[in-house]
Design a protein around this ligand. Structure first.
Ligand code: XMP
Length: 305
């Protein structure tokens, strides 16, 4: 386990040294990894850090407002890129291609904005499991990390590259970041797009965003899952009112894990699962049924794509 009291000054010194007194740019997602990096860099170089948040349209409910609220005082640029992402995703059904398209788009938009800042240094919140999963070719994680930028940077600074997720949380606590950030569940770089099996459209993202919000509301505080969410996994028949409808099948997933490399499904009370199913089908007219995923990782992954 990391010794935060030792790690923090070392990371600050590294950022100070590599930035050479110049501006540093980073992608801020609001997750614990990028928030820890932003906090370390702010301590190291103050407002020479320029943070960019790309609103992909694939974020959770209320996320952009949350970022604005949490990091509004920081040198932060919020980029609205929803239309660009949905246009790029049109017609794409293959999971790996979806990830590549999102990763590529993200990088190009980030580059475009980073260029405007005139910074020669890039800060990234890559953590240890990102590196090994990408190197092992399991999935093309797109944490900006591991993706080729066309821009030449004088340095790429990755202060938390050797840490596991639980260690990042320890550092977040030692840095005094809000509990909400410290204990935030991991969220995949490609966002809600990997929670829609098949083509991503604005309508489908709206469905999965609402379902996801219900799952988080019911589970996060009371059951403290390592990660929980909803995904659209297909279509099936249901009856709503007296009418047979062909609607979405929403899968609910709640897992415990140490680092995301393996995971176990949580044993949740049946009454709670029934309530989640009833809320999701009542709140979202186009959902016909809700299932609970009981597959560990392996053989399943945590996300659906
Ligand atoms: P899987 O689905 O591979 O996910 O079992 C393991 C953990 O990683 C998260 N995840 C990602 N994180 N960029 C990320 O930063 C990504 O592209 C990505 N894909 C999955 C996932 O939510 C889980 O916590």
């Amino acid at each position: 386990m990391v010794d935060a009291e030792r790690f923090i000054p070392e990371a600050i010194a590294e950022i100070t040294r590599l930035s050479q007194g110049e501006k540093v740019v980073m992608a801020l997602s609001g997750g614990v990894d990028s928030s820890v990096c932003a906090a370390l860099a702010t301590r190291a170089i103050g407002d020479r850090l320029v943070s960019i948040y790309v609103d992909t349209g694939l974020m959770r409910k209320g996320e952009t407002e949350r970022i604005r609220h949490l990091f509004g005082g920081v040198n932060l640029k919020i980029v609205n890129a929803k239309d660009e992402f949905f246009a790029a995703l049109k017609g794409i059904t293959d999971p790996e291609e979806k990830r590549k398209v999102i990763g590529e788009k993200f990088i190009r938009i980030f580059e475009r904005e980073a260029r405007k800042t005139g910074s020669r240094h890039l800060l990234q919140g890559t953590i240890y499991p990102d590196r090994i999963e990408s190197e092992g070719g399991i999935k093309s994680h797109h944490n900006v990390g591991g993706m080729p930028l066309h821009m030449e940077f004088a340095s790429v600074i990755e202060p938390i590259r050797d840490l596991y997720k639980d260690e990042v949380r320890v550092v977040a606590g030692a840095l005094g970041l809000p509990r909400e950030i410290q204990h935030r569940m991991p969220f995949p770089g490609p966002g809600l797009a990997v929670r829609v099996v098949g083509e991503v459209t604005p309508d489908r993202i709206d469905v999965v965003r609402e379902a996801n919000a219900v799952v988080e509301e019911e589970l996060v505080e009371k059951y403290i899952p390592w990660q929980c969410f909803a995904a659209i996994v297909g279509q099936g028949t249901g009856v709503k009112g007296d009418i047979r409808v062909h609607g979405w099948i929403v899968a609910v997933r709640a897992v415990n894990s140490r680092d995301g490399m393996t995971a176990d499904p949580m044993e949740l009370p049946f009454a709670l699962l029934l309530r989640i199913a009833s809320r999701i089908t009542a709140d979202i007219p186009s959902v016909a049924r809700v299932v609970y995923d009981i597959t560990p990782k392996p053989p399943a992954t945590i996300e659906y794509e």
